[in-house]
Design a protein around this ligand. Sequence first.
Ligand SMILES: Nc1ncnc2c1ncn2[C@@H]1O[C@H](COP(=O)(O)OP(=O)(O)OP(=O)(O)O)[C@@H](O)[C@H]1O
Ligand SMILES: [Zn+2]
Length: 489
Amino acid sequence: MTQSIPDPLIVLYDTLQRQKVPFVPGTPGRVGMYLCGPTVYSDAHLGHAKKEVAFDVIRRAFMHFGYQVRYVANITDVGHLQNDSDDGEDKMLARARLEQLEPMEVADKYLWSFVKDMEALNVLKPSINPRATGHITEQIALIEELMEKGHAYESGGSVYFDVRSWPGYGKLSGRKLDDQEEGTREAVREDKRDPRDFALWKRAEAGHIMRWDSPWGTGFPGWHIECSAMSLKYLGEGFDIHGGGLDLQFPHHEAEIAQAEAAGHAFARYWMHNNMLTIGGEKMSKSKGNFLTIQDVLSQHDPMVVRFLLVGSHYRSVTEFSDAAFESARSGYRRLTEALHEVERRLPGAPAGQDSALDARIAAHSAAFEDALRDDFNTPKAVAALFGLTTDLNAALNAGPVPQSTLTRARGAYRDLGGGVLGLFAEAGAPAAGRDDSEVVGALMDLVLKARQNYRLNKQYAEADELRATLTRVGVTVEDTKDGPRWKR
Ligand SMILES: Nc1ncnc2c1ncn2[C@@H]1O[C@H](COP(=O)(O)OP(=O)(O)OP(=O)(O)O)[C@@H](O)[C@H]1O
Ligand SMILES: [Zn+2]
């Protein structure tokens, strides 16, 4: 297949090559992305939101540059054992016991809560959201391929990947086999040939509820195999991008690569990892208990402010969460939305014509925004470009009327870049929870102000006063200026 360098060029940091490289899609004009999703055993926290928003912006940026994206994000609902190791109870089962629910009830409960959180944060729905328990057959088939090729062995009803048989093991994380002893301090399992071998399939002990038949007896898949099997199934050989949190590089992603490649499949061609959201300098994490659920956060903050806070740092940088960070996100976001609302408020009555100097500034800021994204999705720089636009625009708006076509251009920049790419102004069709209703409110307010004007012209003062009182009650104030009435909320 011929590969073409897309125009414009996107450069991204590939964890495997440890450098920024130009992105060349396997199929021109298309991008296949796979993202390691949540283990649905509890409500998602703000750290998960960082990852989801980071990859959502990457996806949206590709779309903005004209790519058709297939975005596959899995749901882990089996096989992820406590401590991320090959021992311990399945996280789903532990939770099911605690809540006295069926494991699948736990999975659905937290899956839907995750979906709701993502909708509120204006994260686009994945093209495919495969669940591990729905793909047991594919996982068994991949394990069989590995056994046939001599890279896996059965032991006591479990199957392990034989890391010594695969020299590529360690290439993503840069860990050499001999350095890996440290990571495996847990008691050496008697059924493993080497302590670093990892489980592909685990024998289900008596009483283990989540179990499936396999050529090796009843059991359940290891945590890593689902992602190799499901990404290859839905994105095909040598798919474009695999993403996930930095903490998943080892062992999870290392294992994913080994499983796929040792079975003879070409795996992801680019690896992208987001850095962590921290609290008090430590990774926010379910198991550490130092987390704030997305629901906790959204009960106090506008979801778009949360999103603005997250895109304010680069996906490969640490985001330290604090009240001060929220405060500055709130005021930064307000600055953008106030300018956008002012543009939209003035648009219908704006004079015809254009302001070419301002048009050129809008074009320059938009180009800076796009350049920032093309350079490894640099969202803080992109946000800075939106602020640059806002500064120029506010100066013009304060100086007097701005022509309609220039206002339309400015509005397009906010909506397409801030809205479409950064997802900051929840577009039409986005769910109610996180929706930016400014457009609807703007249109309704125009009608309300017209009605008020008519009441006054017709000397229906009681009605005009009642209308104003209602607006005051819902937090909207109307001010009469020489350019006509203005409203604020
Ligand atoms: N604080 C965080 N910042 C950014 N990404 C995170 C954070 N915590 C988890 N992730 C990412 O979310 C995905 C799912 O992680 P996981 O379900 O293991 O969450 P977790 O809180 O780390 O759970 P546990 O502590 O039980 O391992 C992974 O890709 C992981 O890298
Ligand atoms: Zn994965």
